[in-house]
Write a protein that binds this ligand. Structure first.
Ligand code: ZN
Length: 284
């Protein structure tokens, strides 16, 4: 299934995309894609509904993030050789984990706002994992049983904040609007192999990133197992899995983001995002 949240920010309703590509309302079936509603039992129940019997949604409402604000929004650093090389960093011996602020999650096509004074805004197309079942010390061999589905993620970054402002990477990763997720949460039955997906990202229509999840240093199963050694993963938590080469930081000279740029990106089978980059302004 392709699950989707639509409507105004903070007021999103759950829906699904039917086989004809139409948006259908699921709000009579569940309140949101969170907690127990992401369990395999709940998703199985939804998969038995006949899409044509669900109310069709009129017009083209805004698409929200494919899951509501999670407890944990975890990112993996330097998980592709070519990206570690372009960033001039050593290959990690174990996965690098960092946090993105959970409230930076937003819809796939919402404006990306450069923070105040930002001069080094950057992009990172990534495969996102949404956890469906709570777990600690998850075995690698069972890791995929804990997944509700996958989504497109852009790990928007501010490199000056991330690298030049002391301490860990968190400062440059969780600014407001830095976590577009979606359009869809694609359930695992529709993703035959998460290590066999192409990913791409364009800025102003020019291809910047073109990668493949087969090239990850640490794969999805290992990452879930690994992260769960250090924290409990809850249903609805999101892990984004690192980016391939082609970010602004890796260019000579770097082509960092500026207001007015457009970013489009996608992951094979998981849909695509299209966002505008805007200057910092006070939230409404
Ligand atoms: Zn990243």
């Amino acid at each position: 299934m392709k699950l989707v949240r639509y409507g105004r920010p903070g007021k999103e309703k759950p829906g699904l995309i039917d086989p004809e590509g139409k948006l259908r309302d699921l709000s009579a079936e569940l309140p949101d894609f969170s907690g127990k509603y992401l369990s395999s039992k709940s998703l199985k129940r939804l998969s038995k509904l006949k899409a044509k019997d669900l109310p069709a949604v009129r017009g083209t409402p805004r698409i929200g993030s494919c899951v509501p604000q999670p407890g944990n929004f975890i990112a993996i650093g330097l998980n592709y050789h070519d990206h570690a090389n372009e960033a001039g960093m050593q290959l990690p011996k174990e996965p690098i984990i960092f946090n993105k602020a959970p409230n930076c999650i937003q819809g796939p096509n919402d404006d990306i706002m450069l923070p105040k004074g930002s001069v080094k805004g950057d992009w990172e197309i990534e495969l996102g994992i949404v956890i469906g079942t709570r777990g600690s010390y998850i075995k690698e061999s069972e890791a995929l049983d804990y997944v509700a589905g996958y989504c497109v993620s852009n790990d928007v970054s501010e490199r000056e904040y991330q690298i030049e402002r002391a301490g860990q990477w968190t400062k440059g990763k969780g600014c407001p609007t830095f976590g577009p997720l979606g359009p869809w949460l694609v359930t695992t039955d529709e993703v035959e192999d998460p290590q066999n997906l192409a990913l791409w990202l364009d800025v102003n229509g020019v291809r910047q990133q073109s990668g493949h999840t087969s090239k990850m240093i640490f794969g999805v199963k290992h990452l879930i197992s690994y992260v769960s050694q250090f924290m409990t993963l809850d249903a609805g938590d999101v892990i984004i899995t690192g980016t391939p080469a082609g970010v602004a930081l890796g260019r000579k000279p770097p082509n960092f983001l500026k207001a007015g740029d457009t970013i489009s990106c996608g992951v094979e089978g998981l849909g695509q995002q299209a966002a505008r980059v805007v200057a910092w302004h006070k939230d409404d």
